[in-house]
Design a protein around this ligand. Structure first.
Ligand code: 5RP
Length: 134
C-alpha cells in the first residue's frame, strides 16, 4: 500500500518504522519539515487527496501530529501505543492515519503497532453507522 509518512524528529524508533514501511509498502513523504502541525496536515492531505492509502505520523508525543492531521476534513487519525489499540482504530473507527509517539514507543513496538494498523483490510461492518457519524 502507499503510506504517507512524516515525523518531526529522527531516532531509532522512526528509523525502524521507515525501514518497515519501505520494505513492506510504498513510502511517500509528502513534506519534510520539523514543524509538526505542517507534517500532520501534509500527511492528512495526502490521504484525503488519494495520493496515499493511509498515513503514519510521529512526533514526540504523537498527539500534535494527530491533531494536525485530524484538522483535514476526511481524516480520522488515531493515536495508538499498542497493537490492540491500533487494530481497533482500523476495525471500529475506520481510522486512516496512525499517530505514534516517537519518544515513548520502542522501535519494535512501533513497528508492531504500524503492522497491526495496516493489517486490517476493512472496518467492522457493525460499526458502519457509528463511523458514518464521525
Ligand atoms: O510531540 C510533539 C507535538 O505534539 C512535538 O514533537 C514536540 O512538542 C517537540 O516539538 P518542537 O520540536 O516543535 O519543540
Amino acid at each position: 500500500m502507499r503510506i504517507a509518512f512524516a515525523a518531526d524528529d529522527e531516532n531509532e524508533t522512526t528509523r525502524a518504522v521507515v525501514a518497515y514501511l519501505t520494505a513492506e509498502h510504498e513510502l511517500i513523504r509528502p513534506a519534510r519539515s520539523e514543524s509538526w502541525p505542517q507534517l500532520g496536515a501534509a500527511v492528512g492531505r495526502a490521504v484525503v487527496d488519494g495520493d496515499a492509502d493511509f498515513g503514519v505520523v510521529m512526533c514526540w508525543t504523537g498527539t500534535g501530529t494527530a491533531i494536525a492531521a485530524n484538522k483535514v476534513p476526511g481524516v480520522r487519525a488515531a493515536l495508538a501505543w499498542d497493537a490492540w489499540i491500533a487494530e481497533g482504530a482500523r476495525k471500529w473507527n475506520d481510522a486512516n492515519v496512525l499517530a505514534m509517539s516517537l519518544k515513548r514507543l520502542a522501535p519494535d513496538v512501533a513497528v508492531e503497532v504500524a503492522k497491526a494498523f495496516l493489517g486490517v483490510s476493512e472496518p467492522d461492518p457493525d460499526e458502519a453507522a457509528n463511523i458514518a457519524q464521525l
